[in-house]
Design a protein. Sequence first.
Length: 734
Amino acid sequence: MTSEMDGLIMNRALLLSIYFHDGRYYGVGDWPPAPARLFQALVAGAARGGKLTYDDKMALEWLETLKAPMIAAPAVRHGQTFRNYVPDNDLDAIGCDLKQIAGIRTGKSIQPHIFDLHIPLLFVWTFNGNKDSEGKARSVCKIVERLYQLGRGVDMAWAYAELLDIDDIENCLTRHRCVVYRPSENATGEGLLSPQKGSLASLERRFEANKSRFTLIRKGRRYQTHFSPPPKPLFTKVAYDAPPRRFLFEIRAATNEGSFVALPCTQAQTLVVALRNKAVVRLQEALADDAGKIDRVLIGRGAKEADKATRVQIIPLPSIGHSHADCAIRRILVEVPPNCPLRADDIEWAFSGLENIDPATGEIVWNLIHAREEGMLDHYGIGSSEQVSSRVWRTVTPVALPVVRIGCRTSGGKRLRGQAKTIRTVAQALRHAGIAMPVESVRVQREPFDSNGIRAEEFAMPERFVARGLYHVEAVFAKGLRGPLVIGNGRYLGLGLMAPRKSVSNDVLMYSIVSERSIDVADTKPLLQTVRRALMSLSRDNNGDVPKLFSGHERQGSPARSGGHEHIFLAADDTNEDGCIDRLIVAAPWACDHTTKGSREDRACFDRVATTLTNVRAGRLGVLALGPASALMSDDPLLGPAYMWKSRTSYRPTRHAGRGKDIDAAIVLDIVAECQRRGFPKPEVKLVELNVGPNGGVDARVHLRFALAVEGPIMLGRDSHRGGGLFATSITSH
């Protein structure tokens, strides 16, 4: 302990331990109880006759100035919801006749949180241990002893407090079998209300206002009751984070100097069952009294709906992240949810060192050891809080979904309806996995998304998962998510594992404009002409020739007439919609025209030239410095995938509508034909804006809707190589 006598100020901790008389909590809101609720309970326990003593008031005002506390709560299960009917505070409506009180009763839904009553709820505030704060903290300790309730009127509780050195707190939390919630700026939860400076004064104002919330106002010969709502208390919302415990293991050979053992990805289900059963045997031998919990948490035997959030997930991680990765399983991730009734350390021990023995020889083939490095987790969206989340996720192992019959010999319309039903089952699978983020688009297919992936049917298990119910899935969310994402009926057996698509290849590059001078959108044409000249100059070979990829012309100088799109696409984008260009887009032809296949030489040339562009001399616009070329991220609106796309720049048709023709219909037909020429599905076209020039020139802004989610970039029309006909995603439901 520190004192001011030695001139040192050390961090101290105020630990509040709260015990409930019953192992249930009926308070409104999520678990754990918010610090603001505890603060109000402390004020209610300290007040005598509606008044606080001077010492108590000073102590509570000091407590409200501290940073939000850590919370350690016992693991909970949601109890069964029931309705309790209570009368409204409106006796006047029935003439104050108590016999008719049943007519003004209102049903209130109540769902208790059930937990071990022997494990306390802990709140930990930290502060600097000088003489004044030590005195205030001791006063708070005395107030805590007067707490009698936390939550609803039936949530009777008692508490005590103690002062500890900050170094002792972690040891204290480790001794308790509890879930630790820490304040975090990067937490994804809704947050809990916490006291701040002025909270006590706001509660006092609310208390006084409650005394006079009903007043009588005379109107003529009659009096009317006027209700004045009291002011709300002053609290601040703080995000809390209680991440699951994750343990990464490697499959290492028992011989050959412990090298990696690569298991086929299709053995994920068999591997999970084998490891799970061995871990269960270990735990049941060591924790015989918890056999029921072990079966419920690891196997799911006897588990109910309320137990889903407490189950341990065993996730085989196929090797991905490189074009030559073989998708073989070399690592196992064990994820223990925060509300798991078993200690995470016990589960870690149960899996550590598990062995696979050859039944024929009795020799150990491989064993499970703690991972030496965790770089593979980054490929599955699992990493530090600073890691950028992703909107686009694709399966590595297929998702097991309810079987939807899609006949191979039925019409295209019936197949589309069957696929729409399958997409709806994906939405249900996301909801069952606890993913509440809205989904913009979903794509399902049998083929893998990675070149080294495995078709969905190869993972079928006749006794459990049939081939017709297995699909590879791509989901695009409204906002970025972090991993791991495991969905579907097989998520506890190694199926439905998804990985983020962080960025596209270098076929679509973005350059930020770092010059201080702003470039107006009206200057798009001269700017892109300058960019094209700069790229042509960079691509010129020793003989002075410019590749068709950048010039759009043959070697002898004539325009390319192959009928395809063999040269680069350029675009200027106004992401802030302020009328100023803030980035340039350079896309390879094979990225915008799906019928074009770039040769190996063209791809190498594009990578070499496009990545060396650093500045352009744009005539009257001056010299523009560009940021380094970078691939567009998967959450960029120019990439998708999505069902709905809307014009970012005006579309100019590839053919003149002709005299006396319906211009609107001609534009729609031209766009449909252009999409099909580029290898996109036939879209539904909605004409939003149409401009006709004095000489018959036409440009339009349109919305496109595809039956399936398609990937961008989408650049269509006559001037698509010069920034025209650029489309961006539009959020929609399917």
